[in-house]
Ligand binder design. Structure first.
Ligand SMILES: NC(=O)c1ccc[n+]([C@@H]2O[C@H](COP(=O)([O-])OP(=O)(O)OC[C@H]3O[C@@H](n4cnc5c(N)ncnc54)[C@H](OP(=O)(O)O)[C@@H]3O)[C@@H](O)[C@H]2O)c1
Length: 268
């Protein structure tokens, strides 16, 4: 057996036989579905658009079992809905990928929209970590992967709420890494930089900044499970995080985040 297939088997033994990907219909979520199917995990894929979700699921069924469920992760009864969807599955991995983002000056974004961002980006992962964390700890084996962003590290003007929700995920996931690791559950927070997804292209347009491909982000994240609590994927992103975090005064880092996002906002 080659070392690659040995790695894939070890991954499936630790994090299989089933994984749930929350926010799986496109972009990084669809890439997680592909990456996990390649590693032999059966999939429960969740997002709001049933038809788009099905188009992600269909080609993967040649390889693994795939279930889909159309669900709004801002649903008031989310904990019960997630528990029900997965009640008969031997689940070893939860990936919370979904997020909402609204670019614009904080005071121009309606309060209801900001609260929806908090529901999907903070309340959702908190509930998923609770519902699935309990199950994973009970079986003594598995993983939880939360998608965060470089915006987690500094205030991010013009996406202030989104950036704050990503800081929430970073803090939550790192703390759970410490608590759940000794109980057999690996936790990882992936702080991605610009990644070429439909969501990214909608906000940045065709001439947006350099971006990583979703499959590359996913490959790095899945390899990092079981390692340190958080990961910045990509060499350029690691460099940006180092320079902004260690070499820039904090106020300059925040101003740079703001000016980058202002360029995108000006195109809207
Ligand atoms: N792309 C980037 O440049 C970038 C950079 C840093 C971090 N990230 C992080 O990476 C993750 C994925 O980003 P992305 O660019 O791939 O996002 P995206 O293209 O906007 O896709 C988001 C996914 O989440 C689902 N979703 C959104 N709201 C939902 C809701 N209320 N209920 C259920 N599903 C919902 C969407 O499906 P439906 O619309 O079908 O529900 C979709 O499958 C996010 O956590 C984001 O913060 C992305």
């Amino acid at each position: 057996m080659s070392s690659r297939s040995t790695d894939l088997t070890a991954f499936a033994r630790k994090y299989g036989p089933w994984a749930v990907v929350l926010g799986a219909s496109e972009g990084l979520g669809a890439a997680f579905a592909r990456g996990l199917a390649e590693r032999g995990l059966n999939l429960l894929l969740v997002a709001r658009r049933a038809d788009v979700l099905e188009s992600v699921a269909a080609p993967l069924r040649a390889r693994v079992d795939v279930r889909t469920a159309a669900l709004d992760l801002a649903a008031p009864d989310l904990a019960d809905r997630l528990a029900e969807l997965a009640h008969d599955l031997d689940l070893g991995l939860c990936v919370y990928n979904a997020a909402l983002s609204r670019i614009g000056p904080f005071l121009d974004v309606p309060l209801a929209d900001k609260l929806k961002v908090v529901d999907v980006n903070c309340r959702g992962p908190l509930i998923a970590a609770h519902v699935f964390g309990e199950r994973l700890v009970r079986r003594g084996r598995g993983g939880l992967l939360l998608m965060s962003s470089l915006t987690a590290f500094w205030g991010s003007p013009l996406v202030a709420t989104y950036g704050a929700t990503k800081a929430f995920n970073l803090s939550l996931g790192e703390a759970l890494w410490y608590e759940l690791g000794p109980r057999g559950v690996d936790v990882l927070v992936c702080c991605a930089g610009a990644t070429r997804t439909p969501g990214f292209e909608r906000s940045s347009g065709p001439d947006g900044p350099r971006a990583m491909e979703p499959d590359a982000v996913v490959a790095e994240a899945l390899s990092a499970l079981g390692g340190p609590p958080s990961l910045v994927p990509g060499r350029l992103n690691k460099l940006a995080a180092f320079v902004l975090g260690r070499l820039f005064p904090r106020k300059q880092a925040v101003a740079l985040m703001g000016s980058q996002t202002a360029r995108l906002h000006a195109r809207d």
